[in-house]
Design a protein around this ligand. Structure first.
Ligand code: SF4
Length: 344
C-alpha cells in the first residue's frame, strides 16, 4: 500500500557551479570601486559597467554616474569604459574631449577585437555572430566596420553576402549559446565551405561553464531559476539552455521578490543559477525564499572549477600605485557586494 508520504516527491534545490561573477565582471566592478576611492565621486561610466541592475544601482549610490555616450561627460572628467568594450571611435571622442579614460573592457572581449583587426588587415570578410545592438557587438564591429557583417543567429545566415567566399572568417560575441552558435556556423559553412574559424574560442570560459552546469542539471529540474538582468545576454541564454535541455520551466529574475509562488505548483526540484554579472548575495536571497517554502535541501551540481583573475586596467593600477603605494595588482571580490542587508 502506498502512503501519502511516498507519493510526494522530496523538495530540493540543485545549485549550479560555477555561477555568478566571472573574472571580467569582477575586474570591471572593482575598477569602478577603486576609481571612486581614488579620484572621488563622481566617476563617469559609459554604459552599464556590467549588465546587472543591482550592481549598477549600488555603484550609483556610491557616486558613479552612468551615461550613454562620452559627450555627456564633462570635459576633463574621468570616464570608465564598460566590460563589454568600445569601438576605437569612442576612444577618439574621449580624447577629443580631454577625458581621462579607464578601459574596463574584459580582456576576453579585447581578444576578439584583436582578431577582428588582424583579419581585417588581411582583408577577410568577417562574419560576426552576435545579437544586433548588443554593446559588445557594436564595439567589436567598430574595430573593422568595412569588413564586419553581423550574423544574428542561424536564421540570419541566408541574408549574408561576402566579397570573396574563399576569404571568410567567423568570430562571435563572447556570451552566446554555444549550441546555437555552432548551428549558425554549420549553416554558414554550408554556404561558404572555405569559412575559417577563430584561432581560439570567442565564447568565453565563463559563458561556457555556466551553460555546462545548466545542461548537467536541466533534465532533473522541474523549474530553473536564473538570477540575472534581462539585458544580460549570458543570463538570458541560461534560461534558453535550461529549457532546451529538459527543464520543464525557466524564469529569469533580478531579485528574489520577483519569484512567484505559482511557479512552484507541482515542482519537486528547482534548479538555481546566475549570470556572469550577478553578485552571490542575490542568489542567497533566492535560496532563502525557496527554503522558506520547503526547498531547504540544496545540492551542488559542479561542472567546472574557475580560478581565473584579471589584473586591473593599467591606467588605474598606475594611479593607485602612484597615489597610495598600495598593491593594486590583483582583483578582489568586494565584501560590500556580499552584504545583502545594505544593498537591496
Ligand atoms: S562573460 Fe566572459 S567575456 Fe564577458 S566579462 Fe565575463 S569573462 Fe569577460
Amino acid at each position: 500500500m502506498t502512503t501519502p508520504a511516498e507519493t510526494t516527491p522530496a523538495k530540493k534545490v540543485l545549485l549550479a557551479a560555477p555561477r555568478g561573477y566571472c573574472a571580467g565582471v569582477d575586474r570591471a566592478v572593482v575598477t569602478v570601486e577603486k576609481a571612486l576611492e581614488l579620484y572621488g565621486a563622481p566617476v563617469y561610466v559609459r554604459k552599464q559597467i556590467v549588465h546587472n541592475k543591482h550592481v549598477v544601482q549600488t555603484l550609483e549610490r556610491r557616486g558613479a554616474i552612468f551615461v550613454d555616450e562620452t559627450d555627456e561627460v564633462p570635459e576633463g572628467a574621468t570616464v570608465i569604459f564598460s566590460a563589454h568594450g568600445v569601438a576605437p571611435v569612442v576612444h577618439e571622442e574621449a580624447a577629443a574631449r580631454s577625458l581621462k579614460t579607464i578601459d574596463a573592457t574584459c580582456p576576453l572581449v579585447t581578444k576578439v577585437h584583436r582578431e577582428a583587426v588582424r583579419f581585417a588587415d588581411e582583408d577577410y570578410d568577417i562574419l560576426l555572430i552576435g545579437h544586433e545592438g548588443h554593446e559588445e557587438v557594436v564595439g567589436t564591429a567598430g574595430e573593422a566596420p568595412d569588413h564586419v557583417t553581423l550574423v544574428d543567429g542561424p536564421d540570419d545566415v541566408d541574408n549574408v553576402t561576402v566579397r570573396d567566399p574563399e576569404k571568410v572568417v567567423w568570430l562571435s560575441q563572447t556570451t552566446l549559446s554555444v549550441d546555437e552558435t555552432m548551428e549558425t556556423v554549420d549553416r554558414l559553412k554550408q554556404r561558404f565551405p572555405a569559412l575559417q574559424s577563430p584561432p581560439s574560442d570567442d565564447i568565453c570560459y565563463a559563458t561556457q561553464n555556466r551553460q555546462l552546469a545548466v545542461k548537467k542539471m536541466a533534465k532533473d529540474t522541474d523549474l530553473m531559476i536564473v538570477v540575472g538582468s534581462r539585458n544580460s545576454s549570458n543570463s538570458v541564454r541560461l534560461v534558453e539552455v535550461a529549457l532546451e535541455h529538459g527543464a520543464r520551466a525557466g524564469h529569469l529574475v533580478d531579485y528574489a521578490d520577483e519569484l512567484d509562488e505559482a511557479w512552484l505548483e507541482g515542482v519537486s526540484t528547482v534548479g538555481v543559477t546566475s549570470g556572469a554579472s550577478v553578485p552571490e548575495v542575490l542568489v542567497r536571497d533566492v535560496l532563502t525564499w525557496l527554503a522558506e517554502r520547503g526547498y531547504a535541501d540544496v545540492e551542488a551540481v559542479v561542472a567546472a572549477e574557475e580560478t581565473l583573475l584579471f589584473s586591473l586596467p593599467t591606467e588605474l593600477r598606475r594611479d593607485l600605485k602612484a597615489r597610495k603605494g598600495e598593491d593594486a595588482g590583483q582583483v578582489r571580490h568586494d565584501a560590500a557586494f556580499e552584504d545583502a542587508g545594505s544593498l537591496h
